[in-house]
Design a protein around this ligand. Structure first.
Ligand code: AKB
Length: 315
C-alpha cells in the first residue's frame, strides 16, 4: 500500500482526490494537508495536517512523520488570481514544486503527482484539437509557472530518475467544493446561480469555447495515470487531457432544459483575455494510448448530475 500525502487537500480537486484515494488505499494511508482548515469535510474525514507547501521543512516534517512515499501536490494559485498577484503565484507554484521534486530526488519519497493545465498554451498555439507537442507561449503568470514546472518535471525524471507524473487539466466542473481564482470557474458558478437565483451574469462572452471536464473524470484520470506501470509513461512533462469543450451559451442551453426560467447575461472582464489565449479543444490521444484514458461524462450527463446534486445541497 502506498502512503500518500495530498498537499492542497481542501481545494476543489484536492478534496475529491483525497476521498477517492482514501476509498482506494484505506483511510489511514492517505494524509490530507493544507495551509488552513478551510474544508471541514476533508479535515474531519481522516488524518489531517497543516502543511505550508512553500516551506520545505514543513513538507519534510510531515513526510517523515507519516513515512510518506507518494505526494499529490494540488496547492496552486490559479490563472485569474495569479494575474492579480504575479509574484505570489510564481513563488507558491514554483517553490512548492521544487520542494516536492527535491524530496523525491533526495530519496524521501518515491513518486509525485503534479497538475499542469491547458494554461501552458498561449495565443500562438493551434486552438482546435491542440496537439501534445506544439507551440507554447503562455501569457498568464499561472501558465508560465505550469510550463516551467513541466520542464522541471521532465528534467528531474531524466536527470535524477524521479517518478513524476502530470496531467494538463482543462477546466474542472464539480458540485462538492467550489473552485477559486480560475478563468474556467464560470462553468461551476453558473450551476449554483441557476439553482439559487435563476440568473447568472457570466464574466466570459457567450461564444468563448474552452476545454472542460467533470470532476469524476478528472479524478479517474489522475488515479489511472498514477496506477499505470512506469514503462507506459512516455511523457514526463505533462499529458494533454480532454473530455468536452463548450461555450457559456452551450452550458446555458443545457441548464435551461432542466430549469426553463433560467436567464443569463454576459459581462466579460479581464478573464476574457485569458480565456481567449487558451485552446478550444485538446488532442489527448497520447493519454488514451499510454494509459487507456477515456472520459465518461458528456455535457448532458454532467449537467443532470450537477443539477441533481446541487438541488439537494440547496434544499
Ligand atoms: C483556471 O481556470 O485557471 C484553471 C485551469 C484551466 O487550470 N481552472
Amino acid at each position: 500500500m502506498p502512503k500518500i500525502l495530498v498537499i492542497g487537500a481542501c481545494g476543489q480537486i484536492g478534496s475529491e482526490l483525497t476521498s477517492k484515494l482514501r476509498e482506494t488505499h484505506g483511510k489511514n494511508n492517505v494524509i490530507a494537508s493544507d495551509i488552513n482548515y478551510n474544508n471541514l469535510d476533508v479535515v474531519n474525514s481522516g488524518v489531517f495536517e497543516i502543511v505550508d507547501a512553500q516551506d520545505y521543512a514543513s513538507v519534510k516534517i510531515c513526510v517523515e512523520k507519516h513515512q510518506i512515499d507518494t505526494i499529490y501536490l494540488m496547492a496552486a494559485m490559479l490563472s485569474a488570481t495569479g494575474e492579480k498577484y504575479p509574484m505570489k503565484a510564481w513563488d507558491l507554484n514554483m517553490n512548492s514544486l521544487f520542494h516536492v521534486l527535491n524530496l523525491a530526488k533526495e530519496g524521501f519519497i518515491k513518486s509525485v503527482f503534479w497538475p499542469s493545465s491547458i494554461a501552458v498554451f498561449g495565443p500562438t498555439t493551434p486552438k482546435d484539437n491542440t496537439p501534445q507537442y506544439t507551440v507554447m507561449e503562455p501569457t498568464t503568470v499561472y501558465g508560465i509557472t505550469k510550463q516551467v514546472g513541466e520542464r522541471w518535471c521532465e528534467y528531474y525524471n531524466s536527470k535524477y530518475g524521479v517518478d513524476v507524473r502530470s496531467i494538463r487539466y482543462p477546466g474542472i466542473i464539480s458540485w462538492k467544493t467550489l473552485p477559486g481564482g480560475g478563468t474556467t470557474d464560470y462553468a461551476v458558478e453558473i450551476y449554483h446561480k441557476a439553482i439559487t437565483d435563476k440568473n447568472y451574469e457570466c464574466f466570459l462572452s457567450e461564444n468563448t469555447e474552452l476545454p472542460m471536464m467533470f470532476m469524476d473524470d478528472a479524478i479517474e484520470a489522475t488515479v489511472k495515470l498514477m496506477q499505470a506501470p512506469a514503462e507506459n509513461i512516455s511523457i514526463r512533462s505533462s499529458y494533454n487531457l480532454a473530455a468536452i469543450s463548450f461555450t457559456p451559451k452551450d452550458i446555458y442551453s443545457a441548464i435551461k432544459k432542466h430549469i426553463p426560467d433560467f436567464e443569463i447575461s454576459y459581462n466579460p472582464d479581464f478573464r476574457q483575455q485569458i480565456a481567449d489565449s487558451w485552446p478550444k479543444s485538446i488532442d489527448d490521444s497520447e493519454a488514451r494510448k499510454d494509459w487507456n484514458w477515456n472520459h465518461t461524462f458528456d455535457m448532458e450527463k454532467m449537467t443532470s448530475e450537477m443539477i441533481t446534486q446541487l438541488q439537494k445541497k440547496y434544499q
